[in-house]
Design a protein around this ligand. Sequence first.
Ligand SMILES: Cc1ncc(COP(=O)(O)O)c(C=O)c1O
Length: 428
Amino acid sequence: MHFPNGLLFDADYQKELKAKFCHADADPIYGDRLFFENSGGSLRLEACVNAKAELECFPDCPERIHARSRYLKNIVDTGTKEILEIIFGAKSGALITELTASQTMFHMVGLIMENIPGKNAVVSSIEHPSAFDAVEFYCKKTGKELRVVPANPQTGRIDADEVIKYVDGDTCLLSIMSASNISGTIMDMEDIVKKARAIKPDLYIVSDAVQHAPHHAMDVESLGIDGMNFAPYKFFGIRGCGFAYVSDRVAALPHHKLIAKDQSVFELGTSAPGNFAACMEIMNYVVNIGEHFGCAGSKRERFLEGMRRIHLQERALLHRMLEGTKEVPGLRHIEGVTVFMDTADLTIRDLICAIKIENMDYTACTAEYQRRGVTVYERVVSSIYSKRILEALGLAGAIRVSPLHCHGTDDIDAFLKITAQMAKKAQK
Ligand SMILES: Cc1ncc(COP(=O)(O)O)c(C=O)c1O
């Protein structure tokens, strides 16, 4: 079924899920707050934090042959396999592991740009700097032309028909993010890949899924993409690692590795089993949601159902945030509030809203939200992370509001009431 306005979890189940996250409703020192800054780093599952901490207690090297060592090695091996198969939906390819998602993006972009012939590379104007700068850096290094696809100013989307104006037979790489980290707009990657490959059938394509992965399942296999990455700390997990899938043909390119290791192995040095164990807890959490809703298929199928339910819950929360109720008006109906890149169709949006309160400076607005117990973030042109993207969207700034699926309608209503009070005060 389609559910254009989403489908809420039962309230008890939503509370049960929220209880699995650390500090979901309050900071232990600074007090109660609605954490609506999940795009900057999501709420963490207690199970992920514990799994990481538990494994860090063991001094054993995963490369030895005693029992604890083999146990740790098994976690790395199973984790690698399952991150590829369950989280990315890959049937082949290899895993790049780094300290951050940004590093994985530079890694795969560099591999492609330095080894694949071509005269230009295409990237969108609204990419996170890790994706945009990686392409620009390697264009300079390899003497290729940098081509930048503009965003649709109404929807904030990168349209496939626009992308193909920039791709030609000499394009080495196309890099388009799966969803915007400012507006939450989801790109139609299927259409983009199909139309771009109609121009150049063997085109290398990568996609930054750091912002999209916590809201919707990735499926590298059906997209037929060459690279995709995510960051566990934005996906209910932990800091200190970034993961990327690369296709077999990218893994076959000459890359840093120990000579004796298989070509598909990207890991250099002793890996951290705790990072893989934490990722498996992310999977378990999502798989359990799939099971809760009656899915009894393969682990990937249960994961897909879990992510589908998360996505529907988030769409319902987005609808509530935009439309509100008779008692509590939504963002679209509060005088003095503007929702940027708002679209009637919520099926092309993740649970992220870019807004503005009339007569309020963005930084002061964020501080005022915090004072009233809501953590959000301002994207302003003075930030190196936001400048190019905001300008590409024709914005001077935006307050980014990003709740998570574990929030309830009561949380959204509390946020709306605070927003209405702030907007009213600012109009006086
Ligand atoms: C869309 C997007 N891509 C990439 C990144 C970079 O992630 P990391 O800080 O783990 O390198 C971010 C972080 O905000 C992001 O929002």
